[in-house]
Design a protein around this ligand. Structure first.
Ligand code: NAG
Ligand code: NAG
Ligand code: NAG
Length: 340
């Protein structure tokens, strides 16, 4: 008896010690990262990048004029196998490390392709993209300026490409290159939401950003109403394969907006097509606050991770899936709890 209760106390002490050490570590990391990220906080006005919307807001006008420069000659959709989820990842030419880590981790478990535009600045950047595309055969490159304010065009091109190259996919998963995906939980999410047409993390009752220096700025001449009833976060949402073409068609009647998720999930899917949006909290647009390995096990996606964090989360996830099957009865060992 005495031995057992001693062990219990010992374990509690161990837990507290783990947490204390960890909190100090996280605080240190936070302090460090605010130091490093300061130079990036210098704002740039967004609205001059939206001027072309004054000339045209017709999606068809834009995408009909955009040529495809590179695409894989064969894809996972050319074979006889069923494709349950086709993953298209928004990326840009310079984000080589993000693509590399995704290729070596979660993309091994789902057919995944990266969609890019071109960058004006680098002379070498296009030949680099060309070589990378040739080596991996998983890149789709379009001839338009790769800019955050052009994300709606990129998403439209994704829908168009998946309708053409993978019409049999049951779902298109649109995500970003700083997102960690848990393929096992993603399949579970689909199982738990049978019949869902457009599925993701629902943001309710939001307000548009009216500050011209904000990345998500929407000027009043683009949309008068401040309030948004609901939309699905663009960090990861699923569209039923039978709706990709329907969404594109409906979008031809809906004036463009720079926020791709608001545009496609709310204005086009919900308002123009009257589709119900389905919320699942596991398609998370956030990064777990404390990097418990088991938080990543419980999510289908997590957003805003560096390539290193994606790798760490992936290695832990694989060991949980392989060795334990789930996160119940998780051993209380410090190094197992946390990603780093
Ligand atoms: C977005 O792409 C369109 C079409 O190629 C182009 O006219 C526009 O300048 C781009 N916008 C930005 C901000 O790069
Ligand atoms: C948004 O509303 C939906 C439906 O009313 C609800 O199921 C969901 O939990 C809400 N989303 C969040 C993030 O609270
Ligand atoms: C959409 O949701 C509403 C309210 O929750 C429900 O009444 C309606 O049947 C749903 N429509 C479809 C097509 O599932």
């Amino acid at each position: 008896m005495i031995g057992i209760s001693f062990l219990r106390i010992g374990r509690h002490r161990l837990l507290s010690a783990c947490l204390a050490v960890y909190v100090v570590f996280v605080l240190g990391k936070l302090w460090h990262s605010t130091e490093v990220s300061r130079p990036f906080l210098v704002p740039l006005p967004v609205d001059k990048n939206l001027d072309h919307f004054r000339r045209s807001r017709s999606l068809k006008n834009y995408i009909d004029a955009i040529q495809i420069l590179i695409e894989p000659s064969t894809t996972a959709c050319d074979g006889p196998e069923q494709v349950s989820v086709l993953v298209l990842v928004t990326s840009s030419p310079s984000r080589v490390d993000q693509r590399a880590v995704i290729r070596s981790t979660w993309a091994q478990h789902m057919p995944t392709y990266f969609v890019l535009g071109t960058e004006l600045s680098g002379d070498d950047s296009f030949s680099d993209v060309y070589l990378e595309a040739k080596e991996y055969g998983d890149m789709v490159v379009f001839d338009f300026e790769d800019h955050y304010q052009n994300l709606t065009l990129k998403t439209a091109l994704m829908l168009q490409w998946s309708a053409r190259r993978c019409p049999q996919a049951e779902f298109l998963f649109k995500t970003d290159d700083d997102v960690f995906v848990n393929p096992w939980m993603l399949r579970q999410v689909l199982k738990d939401n049978q019949g869902a047409k457009v599925l993701g993390y629902m943001k309710n009752n939001s307000f548009l950003h009216r500050d011209a220096y904000n990345k998500w700025f929407v000027p009043r001449w683009l949309r008068r109403e401040d309030h948004l009833q609901e939309y699905l976060s663009g960090t990861g949402y699923l569209i039923s394969g039978e709706y990709t073409t329907k969404l594109l068609k409906a979008a031809n009647e809906v004036p463009l907006l720079n926020l791709e998720d608001v545009y496609f999930t709310y204005l086009v899917a919900k308002e123009a097509l009257s589709l119900n949006l389905t919320h699942d909290r596991r398609l998370s647009p956030y990064k777990p606050w404390i990097p418990f390995a088991c938080s990543y096990f419980g999510l289908a996606s997590a957003h805003s991770l560096s390539p290193e964090e994606i790798k760490l989360a992936w290695d832990k996830l694989v060991s949980i899936v392989r060795e334990r099957g789930d996160c119940e009865n998780y051993e209380y060992l410090c190094h197992d709890w946390f990603l780093y």
